[in-house]
Design a protein around this ligand. Structure first.
Ligand SMILES: Cc1cc2nc3c(=O)[nH]c(=O)nc-3n(C[C@H](O)[C@H](O)[C@H](O)COP(=O)(O)OP(=O)(O)OC[C@H]3O[C@@H](n4cnc5c(N)ncnc54)[C@H](O)[C@@H]3O)c2cc1C
Ligand SMILES: *[C@@H]1O[C@H](CO)[C@@H](O)[C@H](O)[C@H]1NC(C)=O
Ligand SMILES: *[C@@H]1O[C@H](CO)[C@@H](O)[C@H](O)[C@H]1NC(C)=O
Ligand SMILES: *[C@@H]1O[C@H](CO)[C@@H](O)[C@H](O)[C@H]1NC(C)=O
Ligand SMILES: *[C@@H]1O[C@H](CO)[C@@H](O)[C@H](O)[C@H]1NC(C)=O
Length: 510
């Protein structure tokens, strides 16, 4: 221990010649932090504590990072002295408790534990995390920090909703245990902390007996959704979402519900991101030409829609493609899955995206989607055809109301809007061209649309899927009282302001 402390003291003095770019999952050219002085890879919680202590004593900003599965340069502040604590190797899972006959139990996980790692471990023990899961190569701590969520109006699906305790290394290097307590501002701030209270070091997380689910998907016309009962299409299911194909004026409607485990022997395994290099190269060629030619984007959307209509699932035991809906399988495999063994991800093969995600009260869902439709149609009037340039269309998700200070689906806020029925999230990923100036086809459209939505609706940004520009505009929609209460908790946890980020600076909570 003494040696470790000495080691960190010596290495924490930032070297000014040592500018490190810390990238997102998209790699080079996609910085999460543009210029930091050091990246630590600790292996224990104790080591993380001593790094924070030493940094705080020297006035050096600290930021934790999980798997970098975020967009944009908003992880750190712009202070080049910043050090990053990468949590990957602090990933123990302990203290599983799920008694036979009990409806739920708990498990203790460390900061670097990913959904895939936890799911595999729990499945082996006959357990699961229910619906509080997001994606595979992402940490639960990073997800909770930034308010990440699955899509459901029926079940709690904020990852934070599964947290029973958050063990946070505060700005004094103390490990604080914050227990779930809906009337305590410390809990309500920690529940979506944006990493500004400190490093989430451990989480006591709620678990359930493992169960099987089915997945099914229908194709709906745009009219059926835009003028339909959106709440009624989503809320009956444990998890459900839409994918929108604006050029084709169609939606995919995906939904999942639990089934008895003897309903089928099928063990479906979902993959959203698996591609072969050949597929990726074809898509990249088409989409790069779509930077200049709308017809290429139209062809791409048509191709993607066709490929997205059959199940994106394989039978886990044989690796054979599953061709018909519904698909059955274990909770995690069906709801998230991962990567097929012989495939890469889109970003492995240079298919990279830009995104925007805003949440609106679900009571205004029709109005929001119609407003986006109007934006597409306004372009059409000018002779410009807009499409989705993303493999799975425009992602329309939902979130059950969940109260905390800075979460996307909180309620009783100063805007007076009715968030109590839940939220609709408009998540608009688009292809980032690798040719020319790298801007998208009709680039200004995306910015104008974001501004229009932010100004015309009560809406809240997803904390890792938006640019600085969008955060700056969206700040006015965040409840000032929630921001003040958050700032007060932050004062207690981090009076010296060791944990900094661009997001916190824009929100004015530092
Ligand atoms: C392919 C893909 C799919 C996604 N799908 C969804 C989705 O369906 N729903 C959704 O809501 N989000 C989704 N996300 C966003 C993702 O959930 C968040 O960006 C999440 O924060 C990423 O976690 P990470 O472990 O990769 O953390 P990083 O990307 O490394 O960090 C994200 C942020 O969290 C902070 N942070 C990380 N770990 C800690 C910690 N231990 N303590 C304090 N702060 C910490 C970081 O400083 C940073 O600001 C997706 C992202 C990708 C790339
Ligand atoms: C998960 O992320 C790590 C980087 O943190 C990367 O090395 C690894 O290849 C990723 N795994 C998958 C399946 O994408
Ligand atoms: C990073 O910060 C250091 C220290 O301020 C500075 O010398 C260097 O020029 C910066 N590098 C970049 C690429 O901005
Ligand atoms: C696990 O449980 C034991 C016994 O209750 C406790 O002493 C230990 O601190 C727990 N471990 C963690 C990491 O919380
Ligand atoms: C599944 O199990 C239930 C109760 O355990 C039983 O009633 C039902 O008949 C079984 N179904 C099949 C298809 O085996």
């Amino acid at each position: 221990m003494a040696r470790l402390v000495l080691f960190t003291v010596l290495t924490l003095v930032p070297s000014l010649t040592n500018a490190i770019v810390f990238n997102t999952f998209d790699g080079e050219g996609f910085p999460a932090c543009k210029n930091v002085s050091k990246v630590y890879d600790p292996t224990t919680v104790e080591e993380m504590v001593s790094i924070v202590k030493e940094a705080a004593n020297s006035g050096i900003p600290v930021r934790a990072s999980g798997k970098g599965h975020m967009w944009y340069d908003t992880m750190c502040s712009d202070d080049p002295a910043t050090v990053i604590i990468r949590t990957e190797q602090v990933n123990r899972i302990t203290n599983l408790s799920l008694l036979a006959g009990e409806a739920d139990g708990s498990v203790m996980i460390e900061a670097g534990v990913t959904f895939l790692q936890l799911a595999e471990y729990l499945h082996g023990q006959g357990a699961s995390v229910g619906y509080t899961l997001v994606n595979w190569n992402i940490t639960l701590a990073g997800s909770i920090a930034m308010g990440a969520h699955r899509s459901s109006l029926k079940e709690d699906s904020m990852v934070a909703a599964g947290a029973l305790e958050l063990h946070i290394i505060d700005g004094g290097g103390n490990l604080r245990v914050v227990k779930r307590d809906e009337v305590n501002d410390e809990w309500l701030a920690a529940s979506t902390s944006l990493g500004l209270l400190g490093v989430i070091a451990r989480i006591k997380f709620k678990i359930y007996p493992d169960f099987k689910v089915y997945a099914k998907q229908d194709i709906l016309t745009e009219d059926k959704v835009l003028n339909g009962d959106i709440y009624g299409l989503i809320s009956p299911y444990a998890t459900a979402n839409f994918w929108w194909w604006p050029y084709l004026r169609k939606f995919h409607h995906r939904y999942y519900d639990p089934v008895p485990s003897n309903i089928s022997y099928q063990e479906g395994f979902q993959s959203t991101f698996s591609v072969t290099k050949t597929e990726a190269d074809i898509a990249k060629g088409l989409l790069n030409s779509g930077k200049y030619l709308a017809t290429s984007n139209m062809a791409a959307e048509t191709l993607f829609f066709t490929l997205w209509s059959p199940p994106n699932f394989r039978e886990k035991s044989t690796e054979k493609a599953i061709l018909t809906w519904p698909v059955y399988g274990w909770n995690y495999d069906v709801l998230i899955g991962g990567l097929y063994p012989d495939y890469g991800t889109e970003w492995d093969y240079g298919l990279r995206g830009i995104t925007l995600e805003l949440a609106f009260p679900v009571t205004q869902a029709n109005a929001v989607l119609k407003r986006v439709r109007k934006a597409f149609d306004d372009e059409l009037k000018k002779g410009i055809v807009m499409t989705s340039t993303y493999r799975s269309g425009i992602n329309i998700k939902f979130g059950k109301a969940y109260f905390d200070l800075l979460g996307q689906v909180t309620y009783n806020t100063a805007d007076g809007a009715d968030w109590s029925k839940g939220a609709i999230m408009f998540d608009f990923p688009s292809f980032k061209p690798t040719v020319g100036d790298g801007l998208r086809f009709n680039e200004p459209f995306y910015h104008t649309l974001a501004t229009a939505l932010i100004n015309e609706f009560p809406c809240r940004p997803h904390w890792t899927k938006n640019t600085r520009e969008v955060f700056g505009q969206a700040k006015k929609n965040i409840d000032p009282d929630h921001l003040a209460r958050f700032r007060a908790v932050r004062q207690k946890f981090d009076p010296k302001g060791t944990f900094k980020s661009v997001v916190g600076e824009i929100l004015g909570v530092m």
